[in-house]
Design a binder for this molecule. Structure first.
Ligand SMILES: Cc1cc2nc3c(=O)[nH]c(=O)nc-3n(C[C@H](O)[C@H](O)[C@H](O)COP(=O)(O)OP(=O)(O)OC[C@H]3O[C@@H](n4cnc5c(N)ncnc54)[C@H](O)[C@@H]3O)c2cc1C
Length: 458
């Protein structure tokens, strides 16, 4: 075999798997094969000046390369089993939390020291939420910030690059089962290994579907989250964000009893484009360094849509809605809340007159032409509910960007060791459908690395 272990994908799942394998120094030959670029070479061409919108680069620097989708993220590591994935269903709740804490220690010893760990425990905000029909989920949140997150990744790469063979700009096209292991076919060559960890994230979701189909690995897909990103003056949410940084709040709508939740809160942050397989949606991030912060807070409001038989393509449904917004707005659409409830489009004039200036250059438009009524009704109800705990949320000038879509990779059938039906073929991170977050994806990487190490010892 060319390698003992080949890891496909250098996102958090792949990186922490490589870290744990290399740290234990068993003499194993390890390779990480990554479709995107090295961290230092990752740069999104959108500069707001010459390049204003996504130009569909062959390798998207936001989603691909060392650090994966997490490289320019807000670096929020939520230590919880309540959201961020279902890793605990495979490995147990205590183990999952233990591994997330272990990842936090690694981050702290690689440049993250000094960053704040927030917690919802013993907070009066929980009561305030309950009094207003809102549920605040429990979590500890380490906020690295986009800047420190980048430093941590850089330090991890420096430490790993002499112990692990990294291959960048090398998409894997196929995995074949061979005697005693796997043949990994890339656009450049073929390599063999005894064990393979597939950690290709959301950007690798389409390819994962093919791999699972070809290898006859069972998958399931029935969920997509749809909604908008809300942006408002940071002061309106400061009593929540100063204490908790990120508050994950759930609301059950009166009209349809649907659940709407806040997601990815970025105090004093910026709204950004996200490109998934050529479809431009919206996301957000914020910096730890006060000099880089803005005077706005942004967060998503999402509604989960589960489908029942015979429909199976939940991501296709989400994509179609995102495509519709791209068709109408050429990318992401922005609308003032006041315009949305008055049933009119936000145009350039109304946006310029708004007290809240957008941090993302998006096309002013009408989100009611894009989002299904039931979802939009739920979002509007939740904005009024949030207005009770953070007055001003339902102001006319609150900005809504759309659409935000959270695609869920199909869930791959795995055993409790995150292994497929093929011995030594592991699927982890967001690509496996088991995780949807930095902390869970990273923890899944450590988990399988330890599983491999224990099988070598035995
Ligand atoms: C803008 C943004 C902000 C975010 N903020 C947060 C946050 O604050 N907190 C949080 O918990 N989560 C956040 N997320 C989500 C988080 O980044 C992901 O959950 C996490 O990165 C998943 O890790 P992963 O290793 O599973 O996959 P990824 O990070 O997606 O990494 C997968 C890697 O595999 C590579 N790859 C794909 N296909 C192939 C192939 N065929 N061959 C070789 N390589 C391949 C990709 O190029 C990529 O680098 C954010 C995401 C984005 C886009």
């Amino acid at each position: 075999m060319d390698y003992d272990v080949i890891i496909i994908g250098a996102g958090p799942g792949g990186i922490y798997a490589a870290y744990e394998l290399a740290k234990n120094n068993t003499g194993m030959k390890i390779a990480v094969i990554e479709a995107g670029k090295e961290l230092a070479n990752r740069k999104c061409p959108i500069d707001g000046d010459k390049v204003k919108t996504c130009i569909n680069c062959p390798s998207c620097s936001i989603m691909s390369g060392f650090g994966g989708a997490g490289a320019f993220s807000d670096g929020k590591y939520n230590i919880t089993n309540d959201f961020g994935g279902t890793l605990h269903e495979y490995i147990g709740k205590d183990k999952a939390i233990e591994l997330m804490k272990y990842v936090d220690e690694i981050n702290m010893s690689h440049g993250g020291e000094g960053t704040k760990l927030y917690s919802t425990a013993n907070t009066s905000i929980k009561k305030l939420c309950m009094q207003n029909k809102l549920l605040l989920l429990d979590a500890s949140v380490r906020h690295l910030g986009t800047d420190k997150n980048y430093v941590v990744l850089g330090n991890l790469y420096d430490e790993l690059k002499d112990k692990v063979d990294f291959m960048f700009l090398t998409p894997v096209v196929d995995i074949a089962v061979i005697d005693g292991g796997y043949k990994i076919v890339t656009t450049k060559s073929s390599l063999t290994c005894s064990k393979c960890i597939v950690s290709v994230g959301r950007s690798g979701s389409k390819w994962m579907e093919e791999v699972c189909h070809n290898l006859d690995i069972e998958t399931e897909s029935n969920r997509v989250d749809l909604g908008v990103r809300v942006e408002l003056p940071a002061e309106l949410f400061s009593h929540l964000t100063d204490e908790l940084y990120e508050s994950k709040i759930v609301y059950r709508t009166e009209k349809f009893e649907d659940k709407v939740r806040t997601f990815c809160m970025n105090p004093r942050g910026s709204v950004v484009n996200e490109n998934t397989n050529g479809i431009v949606t919206v996301n957000g991030h914020s910096f730890e360094d006060p000099a880089k912060q803005t005077d706005k807070t942004n967060f998503a409001l999402l509604v989960s849509k589960h489908f029942s038989e015979p429909f199976k393509d939940s991501n296709g449904y989400g994509e179609s809605i995102a495509r519709l917004s791209n068709m109408l707005g050429g990318g992401v659409i922005v609308q003032r809340f006041g315009d949305l409830i008055r049933g009119r489009r936000t145009n350039h004039k109304r946006l310029e007159a708004s007290f809240v200036t957008p941090t993302l250059k998006a096309e002013p438009g009408d989100l009611s032409l894009v989002l299904p009524k039931r979802i939009l009704d739920g979002i509007i109800e939740m904005i009024y509910a949030l207005d009770k705990i953070a007055p001003g949320t339902a102001n006319d000038d609150t900005l809504l960007y759309g659409v935000e879509v959270k695609f869920y990779n199909m869930e791959v059938k795995l055993n409790e060791r995150l292994e497929t039906k093929y011995s030594g073929l592991y699927m982890i991170g967001d690509g496996s459908g088991v995780t949807h977050s930095l902390s869970h994806a990273s923890a899944s990487g450590v988990f399988v690395a330890r599983d491999i190490l224990s099988s070598v010892k035995n």
